[in-house]
Design a protein around this ligand. Structure first.
Ligand SMILES: Nc1ncnc2c1ncn2[C@@H]1O[C@H](COP(=O)(O)OP(=O)(O)OP(=O)(O)O)[C@@H](O)[C@H]1O
Ligand SMILES: [Mg+2]
Length: 262
């Protein structure tokens, strides 16, 4: 059984049908990149998986099935158990999602304690350990900081550490590295891939960076105007596809091919 199966899904904001007939299957430990021009519906698709559509967005047809269970019928309690634990999301600017008036550590401890019945002290230690694993120097200082006291890259790594705390079975990443410098970007790409290698985490990464997309992915999905234009394994999409749009989009890759991530 696939880990995630999106079948014939339509998504609308209000009366506007945005995503049409989306079909996407993700196996355990598989990494899938979604690429496509701005406004093609990439964010909409991955937000729909976590039931986090903004602006009155909703799935109006089809089904999203995770480990044999439809995600479209979960109640709040079931979502609280799943979201941030089995399925996590990393946003483009995780820092902006955090409460700016609360210490990172306080936010982190609260997050951990919604998933685990442990003391605040234990939760603090666990959070600091995760920050250390994201190679954030001096994790205790970071825990005692407010989001605005950190650099953009540090904040993003905090967000990624949080998203990885429970070694999610499914990680949804929306442009996780676009706000970061190339070195930090490479580190984070590596860390996501390690998560897959060590824990069998499946990943969907939305990115404008075709170098990152094709470097990480087992499978590449190309979106255009709310529809999946084409999908296939990386090698097929890069070298064998005859789809004009795919070719135009991925033709840009060889020039980025020299960029190293490991
Ligand atoms: N909250 C919202 N309310 C109404 N329409 C929205 C909302 N969010 C997105 N849309 C519309 O849905 C379409 C797809 O947007 P989406 O954010 O999924 O695209 P995207 O592929 O992620 O683009 P980008 O690469 O710029 O992030 C766009 O036409 C956008 O205007
Ligand atoms: Mg987007």
């Amino acid at each position: 059984m696939a880990l995630l199966e999106i079948t014939n899904v339509d998504i609308s904001y209000g009366k506007r049908l945005i995503v049409k007939n989306c079909n996407l299957t993700l196996e355990k430990a598989e990494i899938c990149s979604i690429v496509g021009e701005s406004g093609s519906g990439k964010t909409t698709v991955i937000r729909a998986v976590l039931d986090l559509l903004a602006g009155g967005g909703r799935v109006t047809a089809g089904d999203i099935v995770y480990e044999g269970r439809s995600l479209l019928t979960l109640d709040d309690k079931e979502w609280r158990a799943l979201r941030g634990h089995d399925i996590s999301m990393i946003f483009q600017d995780s820092g902006a999602m955090m409460n700016q008036t609360r210490l990172i550590g306080k936010t982190y401890v609260e997050y951990i304690r919604t998933h685990e019945n442990i003391s605040k002290k234990e939760a603090w230690a666990k959070g600091a350990e995760m920050l250390g694993r994201m190679r954030l120097p001096d994790p205790d200082r970071i825990m005692r900081s407010y989001p605005f006291q950190l650099s953009g890259g540090q904040r993003q790594r905090v967000g990624i550490a949080m998203g990885m705390t429970y070694q999610p079975r499914l990680l949804l990443a929306d442009e996780p590295t676009s706000a970061l410098d190339v070195t930090t970007q490479a580190q984070i790409v590596r860390q996501m891939m390690e998560l897959r290698d060590e824990y069998g985490t499946s990943i969907i990464i939305v990115t404008h960076d075709l170098g990152v997309a094709t470097y990480m992915a087992d499978k590449v999905v190309v979106m255009k105007d709310g529809e999946i234009e084409e999908q296939g394994d990386r090698s097929y999409m890069l070298h064998e596809s005859t789809n004009a749009y795919t070719k135009k989009l991925l033709d840009a890759v060889p020039s980025l091919g020299g960029k190293r991530y490991v």
